[in-house]
Design a protein around this ligand. Structure first.
Ligand code: MRU
Length: 349
């Protein structure tokens, strides 16, 4: 199994070979692969690798249960992880022999990946209508979209969630410019989103996270589109740390704030995002240091005093009241339970 080791982007394009579920778990935990959809797809293939290992042993089911637990423990916030693992366990259970189970695991992993790409493509088509409506009011001037972190094709199997409408609009000839927040501490915005947009020739500008409110006050942002790692069935949105502040600034300045997500990022059991969504905390060194490219190699430099403690919350929760709408593979809905369930009636409580 091959993946792009995203830790080296945008400076180096490194392909990593993954041969065991243990290796896949480490790749997810250490963020060689990251982003909700890609975490789900990687976990799907991790379960396939586990099935190959299990077929070489006596206790197939026990090995799969252990593999599922190992993968589940890698990252707590993105619900796509447990969604993909559950899907695998359910489908594999239908196999009667180890050989059948391995075949089912591969088919399910491919299905998770293909569906992720198709859902993001559809998000692009629905989001395009929103961008088009705004473009009509701008008299050929560029529509300014602000996005946070990386909810691009690197975070999924293809297209991305927040970037899918951007790519669709750009490809359709709509004039567009993207404000890319750098997204401290790991800089997924300045490293990954800026790289993706450059590859696609989409006009963009990298800004410090704290510049978002200033730009909104000046009328320089027409809409915000972000991704999500877990959205409750009631519409509360967990996304990369800093999203909540952007949503507050958007509300204060009447800027539409949209969240783009495939339904695999909806948690159909959770109702209160603030109380229930687990928020990942990572190492303090990510906050105290910054890393980048210097003389042909990746280096980390210390910013904060060595003795100062630091806290590193990976995500925050934006309450539904601050969300203008959700862009899903089935269309755009309001961020409330009734509207979400009307698009996905098969998930009736
Ligand atoms: O910590 P990460 O990089 O895995 O975080 C994921 C993100 O990039 C964002 O929160 C994103 O908007 C949602 S994932 C599509």
């Amino acid at each position: 199994m091959q993946l792009i080791d995203q830790r080296f982007l945008p400076h180096q394009f490194v392909i990593e070979e993954v041969r065991s579920v243990e290796h896949m778990s480490a790749a997810i935990r250490e963020m060689h692969v990251r982003g909700a959809g890609l975490i789900g797809a990687s976990a799907g293939y991790g379960m396939y690798l586990a099935a190959l290992e299990a077929a070489r042993q006596d206790l197939f089911d026990e090995h799969m249960t252990g593999a599922a637990a190992q993968l589940r423990a890698t990252r707590p916030t993105a619900v796509n992880l447990s969604w993909a693992i559950e899907r695998q366990l359910q489908n594999i259970a239908a196999g009667k022999t180890a050989e059948e189970k391995v075949a089912l695991a591969l088919r399910t992993a491919d299905w998770i990946a293909d569906e992720d790409a198709e859902h993001c493509r559809m998000i692009g088509q629905h989001g395009l209508q929103l961008v088009r409506q705004i473009a009509e009011t701008k008299r050929k001037k560029a529509v300014n979209v602000l996005t946070h972190c990386n909810a691009g094709w690197l975070a999924f199997v293809d297209y991305g969630s927040a970037t899918a409408p951007i790519y669709a609009a750009h490809d359709g000839g709509l004039p567009l410019h993207v404000w890319v927040t750098e997204t401290r501490p790991r800089n997924q915005g300045s490293k990954l989103t800026a790289w993706e947009l450059s590859q696609h020739c989409v006009p963009h500008t990298v800004i410090a996270d704290s510049a978002a409110g200033h730009l909104m006050q000046r009328g320089e942002v027409d809409l915000v589109i972000v991704g999500t790692d877990r959205t409750t069935c009631t519409g509360d949105v967990a996304n990369k740390i800093g999203t909540y502040l952007e949503a507050l600034a958007a509300k204060a300045n009447d800027v539409p704030f949209y969240v783009a997500l495939p339904s695999s990022s909806i948690d159909w059991k959770m109702r209160d995002g603030l109380k229930e969504i687990p928020i990942e905390q990572r190492g303090a060194d990510e906050v105290k240091n910054a890393d980048g490219w210097c003389d042909g190699r990746q280096i980390a430099v210390q910013i904060a005093p060595g003795k100062s403690p630091a806290a590193n919350y990976g995500f925050d929760v934006t309450p539904k009241e601050l969300v203008t709408g959700l862009i899903t593979e089935r269309g755009v809905c309001d961020a409330n339970e009734k509207s979400i369930r009307s698009l996905f009636p098969e998930h009736a409580p």
